[in-house]
Design a protein around this ligand. Structure first.
Ligand code: S3P
Length: 442
């Protein structure tokens, strides 16, 4: 475990080169492995989670090569063409890697054993096992659908119509990836729209995906057994990662930073909308399209924030950003109410509990409900002065480091190792902008 202390810091300035989008990087490698020909991807996130996915795809017989920083090449084996792995597939900390891979594996005639780290082995896989079992997958898991598990794919998968019981892009994507191998139409109905990177990228690889907004939700209909054709993918900077330097710059007086090429898919960008409602000065420049995903350069200036009520229906578009939003709320003037957050309890950690505990330890008045968080900010630096257990959760580690930069007293994170899962180079990037960190006790 490597501990790190964030010191109360002054203004941040400069360019923040945020790494590639985690969701899109996983999908680019996976669809590349199912395509015929050679897929190239640039801007790929080289965090632990995505590196695990690359290793898994190699174990399944795809050629996955790194040509340079963020530049990857995948020679695929065609839909249904992946080979049985001869050892356990280890997904590390990555829920996205594990859940999407279950859908991918369901469509290959093989048996595979999957596991992950202490955090991932606690997370529920039943939400993916259930629909994939209906399609014909056999799964033996630990109690409660936990990893490790063994799955065996059937000769022929059945297409299904499935209404998502939880708003989860991972579940939707697993079903669509499996549906590639099923004859006919696989239909997923989302009562609440979730990030649509899979739909966009499936189309870019040549699959037919129809999307219809109906009174009962969004219907996504995939035509099975396409031949996927290799393509070029440009991965935008990850908006979820961009949120950390963004909030730090908003809170530290006199700051002005620029973040280039940030993905602004409307189903991902809820945090920027919410921060603007709180009074944040975040401007967009050079809006453009990067291989089917909207991106822009962001300019962020320090701003006096006020508390807001976050509409619960916005939660799917900012589900990973509540920990850092709570940190922004801790410095804002007034109360911020966040509801509809039950899913936060099954992320890399129980983020509702961990955020509430951490804020309280830093002297912030906070109320935790079963699926809500209410933060009372005083429009000034919170006290800080605590040690926070990251609980193998990268976003908890980064959120509380940002809190420490904007607090009265330093904040120590017990283990910053998990940050590498999604944002390798986070501490260096923030230091380059002017943030101050120290070894604990130094
Ligand atoms: C992701 C979906 C979300 C998100 C995760 C990435 C994806 O999870 O929290 O970080 O890439 O599909 P859920 O599907 O569990 O909401």
């Amino acid at each position: 475990m490597t501990a790190l202390t964030a010191q109360p810091s002054g203004a941040l300035s400069g360019e923040a080169p945020v790494p590639g989008d985690k969701s899109i990087s996983h999908r680019a490698l996976m669809l590349g492995a199912l395509a015929v020909g050679e897929t190239t991807a640039s801007g790929v996130l080289e965090g632990e989670d995505v590196l695990r996915t690359a290793a898994v795809l190699r174990a399944l017989g795809a050629e996955v090569e790194r040509d340079g920083p963020g530049l990857w090449r995948v020679r695929g084996r065609g839909v249904g063409g992946l080979a049985e792995p001869d050892d356990v597939l280890d997904f590390g900390n990555s829920g996205t890697g594990a859940r999407l891979a279950m859908g991918l594996l369901a469509g290959q005639p093989l048996t595979a054993v999957m596991t992950g780290d202490d955090s991932l082995r606690r997370r529920p896989m039943g939400r993916v096992i259930e629909p994939l079992s209906r399609m014909g997958l056999s799964v033996i898991s630990r109690a409660g659908g936990r990893l490790p598990l063994t799955l065996t794919a059937p000769e022929t998968l059945l297409p299904i119509e499935y209404r998502l019981p939880v708003a989860s892009a991972q579940v939707k994507s697993a079903i669509l990836l499996a549906g590639l191998s099923a004859p006919g139409e696989t239909r997923v109905i989302e009562p609440e729209a979730t990030r649509d990177h899979s739909e966009r990228m499936l189309r870019a690889f040549g699959a037919t995906v129809a999307v219809e907004d109906r009174p009962d939700g969004r219907h996504i209909v995939l035509t099975g057994q396409p031949e996927l054709a290799a393509t070029g993918v440009v991965v935008p900077a990850d908006p979820s990662s961009a949120a950390f330097p963004t909030v730090a710059a908003l809170l530290l007086e006199g700051s002005e930073i620029r973040l280039g090429g940030v993905g602004l898919n409307p189903l991902r960008a809820g945090v920027f909308e919410t921060l603007r409602e709180m009074g944040a000065e975040i401007s967009e420049e050079n809006r453009r399209d990067a291989a089917g995903e909207p991106v822009a350069d962001l300019r962020v200036r320090a701003s006096a924030l006020k508390g807001v009520e976050v509409p619960p229906e916005r939660a799917p578009s900012m589900i990973d950003e509540y920990p850092i939003l709570a940190v922004a709320a801790a410095s804002a003037q007034g109360t911020t109410v966040m509801r509809g957050l039950a899913e936060l309890r099954v992320k890399e950690s129980d983020r509702l509990a961990v955020v509430a505990r951490g804020l309280a330890a830093c002297g912030v008045e906070v109320e935790e409900g079963p699926d809500s968080l209410v933060v009372h900010g005083r429009g000034e630096r919170p006290r800080g002065g605590a040690t926070i257990a990251a609980e193998l959760d990268h976003r908890i580690a980064m959120s509380f480091l940002v809190l420490g930069l904007a607090a009265e007293e330093p904040v120590t994170i017990d283990d910053v190792g998990p940050i590498d899962t999604s944002f390798p180079g986070f501490v260096g990037l923030m230091t380059g902008l002017g943030a101050q960190f120290a070894e604990p006790g130094a």
